[in-house]
Design a protein around this ligand. Structure first.
Ligand code: TYD
Length: 213
């Protein structure tokens, strides 16, 4: 019998999500180190990547997306354009090799930010999702959930805010609500973590997730 951890098996795809200021990037690095140590004995690697970005073209699109004002549909289309490139050049080849991929954001962010935050039709986004991903979904999505007021206070003064980070608290309240709606729709894929607790507590929760993934 071939288990998902046996040599030759396809790798797993894990995504980290949350509103700006929820702390996902810090935890992602720690989680990736733990996972890499666990997979090393199987000869598998962990590929850490991010969206928008993850490829040379995707990173150029990221700069535009985070800096330039644009029509909201243009924004969604560019997110998916960057994602198409990311899937074709990085994510799918890594999974095919048997490596595991951890992405700092993926399509749930588009539903949350462009759909929830900006109000773009969820149905239109679902069409693009199907086109670009052809049914591929993360095996696990870790959602760092935090009240937008708390997230805003964490971000204040940290560094020059980008286009999204300049959005008001109400935008992030809508973004968070859409993340939670998607998590409720796919509970088998999502692990929702209350991000309003000390880092050590969150690491304990992540360790449990790691054991079961
Ligand atoms: P983020 O992941 O928060 O990176 P950093 O921690 O370096 O700021 O920045 C990416 C921003 O892009 C974030 O504000 C969310 C936004 N975004 C979308 O609006 N839609 C998407 O589909 C993705 C992937 C990101």
């Amino acid at each position: 019998m071939t288990s998902s951890n046996s040599p030759g098996a396809r790798g797993k795809f894990i995504t980290f999500e949350g509103i700006d200021g929820a702390g996902k990037s810090t935890h992602l690095n720690w989680f990736a180190e733990q996972l890499a140590a666990r997979l090393a004995s199987q000869g598998r690697q962990v590929v850490c990547t991010r969206e928008p970005g993850g490829t040379p073209l995707g990173e150029r699109l990221r700069t535009l997306l985070l800096e330039e004002p644009m029509h909201l549909e243009t924004e969604a289309l560019l997110m998916f354009a960057a994602r198409r490139e990311h899937l074709a050049r990085v994510i799918s080849p890594a999974l095919d090799r048997g490596d595991w991929v951890i992405s700092d954001r993926f399509t749930d962010a588009t539903f949350a930010y462009q759909g929830g935050g900006r109000g773009l039709s969820i149905d239109k986004l679902a069409v693009l999702e199907q086109w670009v991903q052809e049914g591929l979904q993360p095996d696990l999505t870790v959602l760092f959930d935090l009240a937008p007021e708390v997230a805003a206070a964490r971000l204040a003064g940290a560094r020059a805010p980008d286009k999204f980070e300049r959005e008001p608290v109400a935008f992030f309240a809508r973004t968070r609500a859409e993340y939670l709606r998607r998590a409720a729709q796919a509970p088998q894929r999502f692990a929702v973590i209350d991000a309003d607790q000390p880092r050590e507590n969150i690491q304990v929760i992540l360790e449990k997730i790691l054991i079961n993934v």
